[in-house]
Design a protein around this ligand. Structure first.
Ligand code: PLP
Ligand code: COI
Length: 336
């Protein structure tokens, strides 16, 4: 299979239309057989549930080329399970988890020419998503849905590649107690757009949100969880209103089992962030992006950027994802 003629090393985190995407429709209480299509466009009614009341959720995952030339996916079963949780919270029908995994494999296989080569620093980003597609005008769940997966080759999430980021403590809130912060609902991202545009205008790379009930604890950023390091200890916020990041959950395991670090998943007070030596943002898109500075209304906290802790976590996680380091049982799905 011949790879596409792309300058892989200079890709940013953007949409590139690839050849195939997976589509399945839910109607009369059941999912159809589903399959691949070359049609990247969607036609739907003007009153579709997603257009009126934002009934949509999504996932984000990546396919990589390993050093020995295989194409693999990282823990796709956890994305399938999280999407099922998002669907239940949004009153959408669950796309069966085993069908989700088949859809991922089919989409990646069909777009194998778009999977960036090993060592390019790029990967194939996969975006499974679902939305209410039939007309809904009273506020209620749709009865018809579409599940899709598209693929797009991507480079680093933050502009300028992997470099120490400057982030601010946001005055806006992201998720309410007992709201939807713990699922991957499109609405969580719609309401963060004002804050991210404002952050960029003020010269910041991202917003760190606080818990909206007390505004005293660190939650997460618009698109990634947060990790802190002090000495040999990895600390990450525990909260019911943040997205359960698969990268963060994997890093906790890697830190403990591969690197012999102490790990703490607990409330992280805003008043203690000055005590940490390193900070990073973790997620599928962000991988581990080092933070150089957190600004809280004029008070600046500085961190080591690619300090020794972030560096070894990054090397071990990406080593596992790209087949250089042996993965824990079940973490890698070989696609071909
Ligand atoms: N938090 C938010 C708000 C996100 O959008 C993401 C991205 O998926 C993450 C955290 C990281 O999650 P994961 O590591 O599963 O990609
Ligand atoms: C991901 O990391 O996959 C996400 O969905 C985050 C998004 C902000 C790009």
């Amino acid at each position: 299979m011949e790879k596409k003629n792309i300058d892989w090393g200079n890709l940013s985190f953007g949409y590139v239309q690839t050849d195939y995407r997976y589509v399945s429709n839910f109607k009369d209480g059941a999912w159809d057989a589903g399959g691949l299509t070359t049609d990247a466009n969607i036609t739907m009614n003007e009153c579709a549930g997603v257009l009126q009341y934002a009934q949509t959720c999504f996932e984000g995952m990546k396919a990589y080329t390993t050093e020995d030339g295989r194409i693999v996916c990282f823990r796709p079963d956890l994305n399938a399970a999280r999407m099922a949780d998002s669907c239940r919270r949004l009153k959408m029908p669950v796309f069966p988890e085993e069908k989700f995994l088949e859809a991922i494999v089919e989409t990646v296989r069909a777009n194998a020419a778009w999977v960036p080569p090993f060592g390019s620093g790029a990967s194939l980003y996969l975006r499974p998503y679902m939305f209410g597609s039939n007309p809904v005008i009273g506020v209620k769940p749709a009865t018809e849905y579409q599940f899709r997966v598209f693929a797009t080759p991507v480079g680093p999430y933050f502009k300028g590649g992997i470099r120490p980021l400057t982030v601010r403590i946001s005055d806006f809130d992201r998720a309410a107690p007992r709201g939807t912060g713990h699922v991957k609902a499109g609405l969580n991202y719609a309401m963060s757009l004002y804050a991210i545009v404002d952050a960029h205008e003020q010269g910041y790379d991202e917003n760190i949100y606080l818990d909206s009930a007390t505004r005293t604890c660190i939650e997460e950023t618009g698109g990634a969880n947060v990790i802190f390091i002090k000495g040999n200890t990895l600390v990450t916020p525990k909260s019911d209103t943040i997205l359960p990041s698969i990268t963060r959950r994997s890093l906790l395991y890697v830190a403990k089992e591969y690197l012999g670090m102490e790990v703490q998943e607990r409330e992280v007070k805003l008043t203690e962030i000055g005590e940490f030596e390193e900070c990073g943002l973790c997620g599928t898109a962000a991988v581990i992006s080092p933070v150089g500075k957190i600004v809280d209304h004029g008070t600046e906290y500085t961190y080591a950027g690619f300090g020794p802790g972030i560096q070894k976590l990054y090397d071990t996680l990406t080593g596992i994802q790209m087949g250089r380091i042996e993965a824990p049982e079940g973490w890698i799905t070989v696609i071909e």
